[in-house]
Design a protein around this ligand. Structure first.
Ligand code: FPP
Length: 247
């Protein structure tokens, strides 16, 4: 924590929490054991993000493609989500964390959706870290929905094709309320984006670590922030232009 420059903390960090299954296998356990251990990492990283001064933390908890996993694992993950949200909400609330969710939430089992909505409602006036769970989320699903909406507005004569801007598209994504993440972290040694925030990560810095998600803890998160702080973000400009700007 002491190695972090408090003036250069990313506002929004997005994380692909990967490697629970492999972690469990290494211990000779079922995959779901890894997901349970993964919850301990979630708790620590939420705390670490709040302590570092991150404003938004988006966690990829369940992708659209994850529905294709064996039914036992999907059921166990949904039960784990319900239990975790129920158990953790009082502590989140105490720490002023505001819980939100993005994705095709209607596709979640009713018990999961109810628990989620209750927690969102309980924490809705909190002013601390905004914790966004991506659930039944995929970026292609989200972008397709926004294209459908634009097409409908054009068909109804409410929008002219020439008036469509990047802002039009951003305003129709489920992340419209949030700034784009400056930093995206993926654990477990995979170097993929896996249908996560394709539009929003256009200029994000990527941080990959071989650590499996259940082994990813506070110091690893601070190390990711430190690595981000050492990078020069050019947004298509030259290094010289950037150093002129910061003088
Ligand atoms: C990826 O590991 C992890 C998931 C698909 C689920 C993530 C869920 C949690 C960490 C627990 C619940 C989270 C919250 C926010 C309450 P994997 O199964 O793909 O691992 P593998 O690549 O090693 O198989």
């Amino acid at each position: 924590m002491s190695s972090i420059n408090k003036d250069k903390v990313p506002q929004h960090v997005a994380i692909i929490m990967d490697g629970n299954g492999r972690w469990a296998k290494q211990q000779g356990e079922d995959r779901i054991f890894g997901h349970h251990e993964g919850v301990n990492s979630v708790r620590e990283i939420v705390e670490a993000a709040a302590e570092a001064g991150v404003k938004y933390l988006t966690l990829y908890a369940f992708s659209t493609e994850n529905w294709n996993r064996p039914k036992d694992e999907v059921d166990a993950l949904m039960e784990l989500l319900v239990a975790t949200i129920s158990i953790e909400t009082p502590q989140l609330h105490k720490n002023k964390v505001k819980l939100e969710a993005i994705g095709n939430l209607k596709s979640l089992p009713p018990a999961c959706l109810n628990e989620l909505q209750e927690s969102i409602n309980t924490t809705k006036n909190n002013t601390g870290l905004i914790l966004v769970l991506a659930l039944s989320y995929s970026s292609k699903w989200e972008i397709t929905n926004s294209v459908k909406e634009i097409a409908a507005q054009v068909a109804e004569g409410k929008l002219k094709p020439n008036d469509i801007t990047e802002e039009t598209i951003s305003s129709l994504l489920c992340t419209t309320k949030y700034p784009d993440p400056e930093l995206m972290i993926r654990t477990s040694g995979e170097h993929r984006i896996s249908n996560f925030l394709l539009w929003q990560l256009a200029y994000a810095e990527f941080y990959f670590t071989d650590k499996l998600w259940p082994d990813f803890r506070k110091d690893d998160f601070y190390e990711a922030i430190r690595s981000y702080q050492l990078r020069e973000r050019r947004f298509g400009k030259t290094s010289e232009q950037i150093s002129q700007q910061t003088k």
